[in-house]
Design a protein around this ligand. Sequence first.
Ligand code: ASP
Ligand code: MG
Length: 411
Amino acid sequence: MGRIVQKFGGTSVGSVERIQNAAKRIINEVNNGNEVVVVVSAMGKTTDELVRLAGEISKNPSKREMDMLLTTGEQVTIALLTMALHQEGYKALSLTGWQAGIQTENNHSNARILDIDSERINGLLKDGNIVVVAGFQGLIPETNDIATLGRGGSDTTAVALAAVLKADRCDIYTDVTGVYTTDPRAVKTARKIPSISYDEMLEMANLGAGVLHPRAVEFAKNYSIVLEVRSSMSDERGTLVEEEATMEQNLMVRGLAFEGNITKITVTNMPNEINALSDLFTILASNGINVDIIIQNVMNQEKTNISFSIDSSILSDTQEVLAENQDKLGFESISYEGNLAKVSIVGSGMISNPGVAAMMFKALSDQDVMIKMVSTSEIKVSTVVKQEDMIKSIETLHDTFELDARVPVQK
Ligand code: ASP
Ligand code: MG
């Protein structure tokens, strides 16, 4: 007998029929002799709708009350799904995050899970129940208040439960059939990746491939939980997220990620002092400004220019913070360039294959794509390009790295 955690995302429980369809998948696993814990998201676009409602009442609603509001979405789903299981004659019981023993840090709207007391779930499983848990929520022990785990956080609930319950599998049911080489809506030749490593998936998720919550991938890596991302609408095998991608080992590039809405800011003629970078980025960080790629250009012995990229939505906040601190930092002026996008290649085979970045730059320059910024890690290269060049860049790179042809790299 195995123990399985199944997670169903919003689309997979978006209507009564879909909830009944999810119930069938759960029952299948139970009939195969498994103990099953289910984690669900709010139905369809419920969470977005609740966010919108709050926005009509207040521009800046209390985070505590936002958590109170948003957690209702998942509660609707756990009750309805459990009723659907009862209807089919199965023993099942729903639990909110706090009833399931999920404790979080004291950080409304984006809390991390600190601990899970799994006693109640274990008891229920022993008594032959299917346990249906609300994703994305937990309790802050010191205040006894409800917290959410950040948008998309139900994935993290599922993986965390799989870890404490020592589950044999964690299946993530979603509205796509797996993780793709790149977004299939943008590139027609994108194909499903059979297997991807935790590190590659983490890069892809952090780079804006929305299929998995990055923290869920981190959790899975830390506890060696194999995830399968698959569709709730078909029986097709999905994508395995695991330690070493088992097929197609060490592809130089396994996938491409991209996101628009990026602005590059340049702070010019800052005094070229030893603490220039630390002063600037400490001020930005303490004002909650999240920066991504950073480039420093030392102009001469006295002066330096520093550029960094941000999400365009925080441009005015960033400008304000910089203006307020201009005297303190001693720079001359600020310039910025909007309508940019980040295009990235990800693959663990890069570690042992020199020249991957060069191939990328060549492919882009052959298409007259101007690269504005670059950043790398061991297994990714990100470039910032004009937003209007984004899709062209992705298509070119998809071809260059033969992502639709499944060509393994010679070692
Ligand atoms: N319902 C929440 C959201 O839409 C959590 C989740 O679905 O993972 O962000
Ligand atoms: Mg999700």
